[in-house]
Design a protein around this ligand. Sequence first.
Ligand code: NAD
Length: 366
Amino acid sequence: MKEIRTVGIVGTGTMGTGIATNVAQHGIAVRLYDARPEAAQAAIAQAKAFWAKSVERGRLAAAAAEEAAGRLAVASGLGELAGADLVIEAIFEDFELKARLFEELSRLLPADTLIATNTSCLRVSELARHVARPERFLGLHYFSPAQINPIVEVVRGEATAPATVEAGLAFCRATGKKPITCKDAYGFAINRFFCPYTNEACRLLDEGLASTAEVDAVAEEAVGAAAGPFRVQNLIKPRINLHAIRNLAPLGPFYAPARSLIEVGEADRNWEIGEVGEIPPERRAAIRDRLRLGVFLAVLQELDEGVAVPADIDTGAREALRFAKPPCALMNELGRAEVERILAPALARYGLPRPASLDRVGHLTS
Ligand SMILES: NC(=O)c1ccc[n+]([C@@H]2O[C@H](COP(=O)([O-])OP(=O)(O)OC[C@H]3O[C@@H](n4cnc5c(N)ncnc54)[C@H](O)[C@@H]3O)[C@@H](O)[C@H]2O)c1
C-alpha cells in the first residue's frame, strides 16, 4: 500500500486550510496550491495561529508546533505537486471547475499519485471520468472545522480500487481521523440523515406544530444533540443547508426542502430562535418523533442501499454531529415496534415502501 509522506492540497480556503493544518500536524509534508497565491499564504498563517493557540492551551508542545509549521510550503504552480503521494482537491463546489483541474492534474502528476476530492455534493464517480486513472481516485470528505472534526468519509466511486480505499483509510488514521467508508451516494453517509433531520425540524414550523426554540429544546431528548437543529443551521448557514438538501432531491419527496427552509435559505438569513417556555407533553412528543423520523427513515434507507454500515453511521453521528444517541444504537434501544410507529405516518404520506432494514432493528451493529 502506498505510504503517504507528502500531500498536495489544491484550494486553500476554509477546508483546504483545515486539512493542511491537520495533515502537517501529523508529520506529513504539505504543499499548498491556490489559484489566488495569497490564499495559500493565508492558509499557512492560519495554521500557525491555530497551533499557537493549541500551545497556549497546553494541547501542543511548542517544538511540535514549530516542526508542523516547517512542513507547510506554498506551491506556485500545480506542477510543483508532482512529488506528492496524495493530492486533495478542495476548490469551489463546481463540477466544470473540478473536472478541468483533474484533467490538468492527470497530465502533471506521476501515474501512481492518489487523487482525492473533498466534494460535498458532486458524484465522485462522475468526477472520476476526468482523471486519467480513476482506480486511484476517491472522495475524502472532511467535516468543518477539518483541523478539529475527527470524521472523514472515505468515498469509493464506481472505479475506485480497493487498494485506494485502503490507502485513504490508512492516511486518515495516520492523521488522527476516524474514517467512515461509504458508497458514492447522495449525501454520503452523514448528510444523508443530517439533512432530513434539519428538514423535519423546518417542516414542524411549516405545519405550525412548534417554534424554532421548542424544536431546539427537544433535540437533546430526541437524538442527544449537543445543539438543536436551528442553532446548528445558523452555524453552518441555512443557505448552505438548503443547498445540501436540494442535492438530495433525486431521493424523492421526503427529501424535498421545507417551505420555511427555502424562504430563509434563499434570503440568506439566519433562523430567529426566541425564548422557550414550558412545552406541553404532547407537543414535546410530537417534536421528538418528527426529529427521530428524519434520522431513522434516512438511515434505514441508506442501510438498505448499502451506503455505510451501522457502526460507521453511529460513529459519524456521535463524532461529526455530536449526537449522544446515535441512530442505530437508538433504534436498537427503542425496538422495532416503536421505530415502525415513528415511521408509519411518513411512509403513508410519501407512498414509501417499508425499509427492509427495519427487520434488523434490535441488532443493527456492524
Ligand atoms: N465548507 C464546508 O463546511 C465544507 C465541508 C465539506 C466539504 N466542503 C467542500 O470543500 C470544497 C471547498 O470548500 P470551502 O468551503 O473550503 O471553499 P472556499 O471557498 O473557502 O475555498 C475554495 C478555494 O479554492 C480556490 N480555488 C477555486 N478554484 C480554484 C482552482 N481552479 N485552482 C486552485 N484553487 C482554486 C479559491 O481561491 C479558494 O481559496 C467544496 O467542494 C465544498 O463543497 C466544504
